[in-house]
Ligand binder design. Structure first.
Ligand code: ZN
Length: 57
């Protein structure tokens, strides 16, 4: 797997990195970035923020 250095995934790293939903969102975001779909990647970043507040508050 290639790592896109233009986006620092550490900035949205969850408190619990092994959370399945976190992994899922991050994976989908990675795929969106690889597909060049920046809008979808942004939506997933926002979804990650929501998830972190709801599940990891
Ligand atoms: Zn999570």
């Amino acid at each position: 797997m290639t790592h896109d250095r233009t986006v620092d995934t550490a900035t949205i790293a969850p408190a619990r990195p092994r959370c399945e939903e976190c992994q899922e969102i991050k994976l989908r975001r990675t795929h969106a970035l690889q597909a060049g779909d920046l809008r979808r990647a942004e939506l997933l970043t926002a979804a990650m923020g929501v998830h972190l507040r709801q599940a990891h508050a």
